[in-house]
Design a protein around this ligand. Structure first.
Ligand SMILES: Cc1cc2nc3c(=O)[nH]c(=O)nc-3n(C[C@H](O)[C@H](O)[C@H](O)COP(=O)(O)OP(=O)(O)OC[C@H]3O[C@@H](n4cnc5c(N)ncnc54)[C@H](O)[C@@H]3O)c2cc1C
Length: 513
């Protein structure tokens, strides 16, 4: 059987991309090398991953948010802007005066009570405002279930070991045979085989640290406080679940990551960085990472594309990796499907690299900036104290929250209106339908608050990819019409009487002739 797309790798990004492609009606084969989906590293607090605003919106816009929330360790929302965990790992209601967890920068905590979204003009309160933590196991499971439901052929135990590309074809070799497709997407993680075989350039910086993440049993806590801690000797974390620790060692990334993380090593590092006499009894599970920061210079080479960690690697500081990868998948899915269905404008697929590469580059720099502050030297300590002071201000808090949450992320799509290139506000129409509901089938929208017949005609012949909605919304943000892409980003909008020519041009640009 020949497929439209082979997706290599069944992590969160591969599965989300497979969902996007199958939603758009193309045939997908997903090849995952491991036989078993669940592992201790992906489950519980060990596998916990924080979701930012664009990821939450992506799940909301595909009708998956309720499942994500149900699987989470706790979810914040409009009514609860921050969260804190008690020693048992449960979400605790913080006393009004205590700082609530909204994230950190280089281990310096942000204070949720200072968060103020009132200057975020383009946000409307709704189900997608907020965030939380979910285990990788749970995310992958709910995405895998959705993918299978939508007809994706998922094959576990299939490791991609090679491929050959011709003008119209990619033949993918695995340990269990060959598969033919029109396109191959490498979602096979940081050590991506696809990236290496295809010869993508992978540029960046070498590591300074080895970071350790572990679940341990304590013999003597020795007063080790909960939370993120930036000390004179580096950074360590304790919690939110009992025994969950993290520690950073400035070893130049020399640790052999295929070898075992021993109790003695972990204890020595934790004692040194925390300045306590903490004693460990046992190490239940441990993993390591580095701050190697590299990014593919392009995300497409011929019929081969990259998404997620395969396209960009960096340290987990700031919790951006999975979020960046999910954003890649949301951006790529409809564009690749449009190319396969032959309605894509000529350069549509190239906008994938053009839009997502800058986001990946920002993520790499965000993690590098934190590393420069964590370094155990007097210069880094000096910068850290300046950053700490800035973060303690309301403006500083909101700067960092804006960046970490991705709330003001914007693609450079040209256009004059400040909302162009941003995520569309979650408008609530007169009948109570919200924008998030309207995007579930993966089509774009012409949202016409003037409800004009001539605007409706602009969608005709493109109903398979573009839906016309002529209705008033409860809060229209002074806008009169919007062209919204299938990923929920605004391609065009105006506050004046809609110019039919401008709308038509935008529709041609994103939805073809
Ligand atoms: C300690 C830690 C904490 C983190 N916290 C956060 C966080 O809070 N928020 C966040 O956004 N990110 C976080 N991250 C990063 C996040 O986990 C990754 O960015 C994310 O898992 C990447 O997803 P992916 O699907 O691109 O790759 P992966 O999750 O690595 O999945 C790749 C898949 O491809 C498969 N594969 C590999 N090679 C092949 C092959 N040749 N053939 C077939 N299959 C193959 C693998 O088995 C794997 O299942 C954290 C990372 C760490 C280490």
């Amino acid at each position: 059987m020949r497929y439209d797309v082979v997706v290599a790798g069944g992590g969160p990004v591969g599965f989300f991309l497979a969902c996007e492609l199958s939603l758009a009606g193309v045939s997908v084969l997903l090849l995952e090398k491991t036989e078993i989906a669940a592992t201790p590293l992906k489950s519980g607090w060990m596998g916990a991953r924080g979701f930012n605003f664009p990821s939450t919106e992506a799940f909301y816009r595909r009708g998956l948010l309720d499942e994500v929330k149900a699987a989470s360790f706790g979810w914040t929302g409009v009514e609860r802007p921050g969260m804190q965990f008690d020693g048992e790992g449960k979400v605790a209601a913080p006393p009004p005066s205590a700082p609530r967890f909204v994230g950190h920068f280089a281990g310096i905590m942000l204070d949720a009570s200072k968060v103020d979204f009132s200057n975020q003009k383009w946000i409307l309160p709704g189900p997608s405002i907020g965030g939380g933590m979910v285990s990788l196991e749970a995310v992958e499971k709910l995405l895998a279930d959705r993918a299978v439901k939508q007809g994706v052929d998922v094959r576990r135990g299939h490791e991609v070991i090679g491929f050959t590309e011709t003008e119209n074809n990619v033949v993918v070799q695995t340990n269990k045979g060959e598969f033919e497709a029109s396109w191959l997407v490498g979602c096979d993680g940081g050590r991506s085989t696809i990236r290496k075989l295809a010869g993508f350039e992978f540029e960046g910086t070498e590591p300074e640290i080895t970071g350790y993440s572990a679940t341990v049993e304590f013999e003597d806590l020795a007063g080790l406080p909960l939370g993120f801690h930036l000390t004179q000797r580096g950074l360590y974390t304790h919690g939110p679940a009992p025994g969950r620790i993290g520690v950073v060692d400035f070893d130049g990334g020399q640790f052999d990551r295929s070898s075992e993380v021993t109790l003695e090593n972990l204890q020595a590092m934790l004692r040194s960085v925390s300045g306590t006499n903490v004693t460990l009894k046992s190490v239940q599970i441990a993993t390591s990472y580095t701050d190697r920061a590299r990014q593919a210079t392009t995300y497409r080479k011929g019929r081969v594309l990259l998404a997620g960690d395969a396209a960009h690697v960096h340290s987990p500081f700031g919790g951006q990796g999975m979020n960046a990868g999910l954003g890649d998948a949301m951006n790529l899915g409809w564009k690749l499907a449009a190319t396969i269905k032959e309605w894509a404008p000529d350069d549509l697929l190239d906008t994938y690299t053009a839009e997502r590469h800058p986001i990946g580059e920002w993520v790499l720099n965000w993690t590098r900036a934190q590393m420069a502050i964590i370094r155990p030297d007097p210069y880094a300590r000096a910068i850290a104290s300046v950053i700490r002071d800035l973060m303690a201000t309301k403006e500083g808090t909101n700067y960092f929250v804006e960046k970490i949450s991705g709330v003001s992320m914007r693609y450079d799509l040209g256009g004059e209106h400040p909302l162009t290139g941003r995520s569309c506000p979650d408008f609530e129409l007169e009948d109570g339908t919200r924008l998030g509901d309207l995007l579930r089938d993966g089509r774009g929208l012409l949202l016409d608050f003037t409800a004009s017949e001539s605007m409706k005609l602009l969608c005709s012949g493109r109903e398979d990819r573009l839906r016309y909605i002529g209705s008033h919304a409860k809060d229209e943000k002074s806008l009169t019409a919007l062209v919204v892409r299938p990923d929920g980003f605004v391609a065009w909008t105006t506050e004046a009487k809609p110019d039919r020519m401008a709308v038509e041009q935008s529709i041609r640009c994103w939805f073809g002739s």
